[in-house]
Design a protein around this ligand. Structure first.
Ligand SMILES: [Zn+2]
Length: 416
């Protein structure tokens, strides 16, 4: 159809009647909204819900930040785009490879495709680790694209980000990477970009520092959602088509005494099957581990002897605190994962449990509060809030956070 484009097997209009804004509020378990709404801290979101919709979507699995941000901006799960964690194990080189480089991206982003159709794109992320993936395929020379991070806002340049002197422009210094201000910077930049740059499509992605630290209803958490609501109000003035969602939920993962609740799976498997029989890879591991100590609820396990797979699966299944265990085939089919970047075995832990590798490998010294984390099935339910009536064609069908742009853009699209 004229005026439509197929991006990763879904149709999008290329002419928009209004701006589209998708906000990924990192780690926003539904209860954060419930409590803040109940306390009347989110009047603007309340207006959204009255005129639009508040549904619960599923995130992509693993319920981690990078796979879900990339799913949101490509409109598809990692079986299509390839990014299924911060790390994967390359069986050929026998190395653990970091996956935050665009060379691992297997699908175009919605931004890249619609940019080529002539639309204006703006994208702001809290942490810099996502920026190169989100901005992949954009060209900054003709002033139709801007993509930068709050973390490295002072390093932004016209050639790499489409904007320079961000801190002066926004009148805000570079925030601490572990702070609420890092997310607030993203929201404030979104409001100013909407006014100064008038993007057709804007993506704002915050960080889950607050959510890792504070439970729903905690004064610091309420303060965060109140702050967010203030900016949401400012973003709503243009009657843009807006979706607010999250990359994953967040659950308490600590024992009664406040220490982290973790299964050190590498230690267990080494003890039972001998060293080097199995290698546990935790895709949550990244350079910013202070607030979760690299403890999440999802693990890939690579096996050296194929004949032992069933035995190892049965062993993991019997560990208290393990939720589900799958062989590679079943995991990839069930959760839309790329087989060549998935372990021989995939396992996920219970609601209040995490999976570690070896105890000695985890630096937990930065955990000042009881552990809260994510990665498994218990953290895949996320809010999906729109300021328009839902467009879902088949009522009762599961909606995914990575359909945010699909619905927002189609809602804003010009009917030709
Ligand atoms: Zn996250």
């Amino acid at each position: 159809m004229i005026g439509n484009i197929n991006i990763n097997n879904k149709n999008y209009p290329t002419k928009l009647k209004k701006n589209v804004i998708v906000i990924c509020l990192d780690g926003s378990q539904k209860e954060y909204f419930d409590i803040a709404l109940e306390k009347n801290l989110m009047p603007n979101l309340k207006k959204f819900i009255m005129s639009g919709s508040f549904q619960l979507a599923h995130s992509a699995i693993p319920s981690f930040t990078n796979p879900n941000n990339i799913s949101i901006v490509t409109g598809q799960p990692s079986s299509i785009h390839g990014i299924c964690g911060n790390f994967f194990f390359d069986p050929d080189s026998k190395k653990e490879v970091m996956m935050n480089d665009p060379q691992y991206l297997r699908a175009p982003t919605i931004f890249e495709k619609l940019y080529k159709e002539g639309l204006k794109i703006a994208c702001v992320t809290a942490k810099d680790k996502l920026r190169t993936l989100l901005g992949n395929g954009l060209n900054y020379e003709d002033k139709r694209a801007i993509c930068f991070s709050a973390e490295k806002s002072n390093e932004s340049s016209i050639s790499n980000n489409g904007i320079s002197n961000v801190n002066k422009w926004l009148q805000r210094g570079v925030p601490d990477v572990y702070s609420q201000e890092l997310s607030e910077f993203v929201m404030a930049a979104g409001v100013k970009l909407l006014k100064d740059f008038e993007p057709d499509i804007m993506y704002l992605s915050t960080t889950d520092f607050i959510q890792h630290k504070y439970e729903p209803g905690h004064p610091q958490a309420n303060k965060f959602y109140e702050m967010f609501d203030y900016y949401l109000g400012l973003l709503s003035v243009n009657k843009s088509s807006i979706v607010v969602t999250a990359d994953h939920g967040m659950k308490s993962k600590s024992k009664d005494d406040g220490s982290p609740n973790a299964i050190y799976l590498q230690d267990i498997l080494d003890q039972k099957f001998g060293d080097n029989s199995a290698r546990v890879i935790l895709p949550i591991t990244d350079p910013y581990v202070v607030h979760h100590g690299a403890l999440g609820s999802y693990a890939n396990i690579y096996i050296s002897e194929v004949s032992k797979i069933q035995l190892i699966i049965d062993t993991i299944k019997n560990i208290q605190g393990i939720d589900v265990v799958f062989n590679k085939n079943d995991a990839c089919k069930k959760f839309y994962l790329p087989p060549d970047r998935t372990g021989d075995i995939v396992c996920m832990s219970d609601e209040n449990m995490t999976i570690g590798s070896s105890l000695e490998k985890h630096d937990l010294s930065g955990l000042n509060e009881p552990l809260r984390s994510h990665g498994g099935l218990f953290e895949r339910e996320v809010p999906f809030i729109t300021n328009f009536k839902e467009l879902r064609p088949r009522i009762g069908e599961q909606i995914y956070n990575y359909e945010a742009f699909y619905y927002a853009i189609n809602n804003a699209g010009e009917i030709l």
